[in-house]
Ligand binder design. Structure first.
Ligand SMILES: [Zn+2]
Length: 53
């Protein structure tokens, strides 16, 4: 319902690096997910559904 503040949406922080994670979309399609901005050095990722909870 209240989608107005979606521009400044919450972003998870990588548990390993302490940096903000980036929104990733797989080239082959599928669900978007959060990936560490240090990828590929850091392979931490979170599913978006879980990140919203
Ligand atoms: Zn990381």
């Amino acid at each position: 319902m209240d989608v107005a503040f979606e521009g400044e949406y919450w972003r998870p922080t990588c548990a390993s690096c302490g940096v903000k994670m980036l929104e990733r979309t797989p080239n082959k399609g599928g669900a978007r997910f959060w990936g560490c901005s240090n990828f590929p050095r850091c392979k931490s990722r979170l599913p978006m559904v879980a990140a919203l909870q």
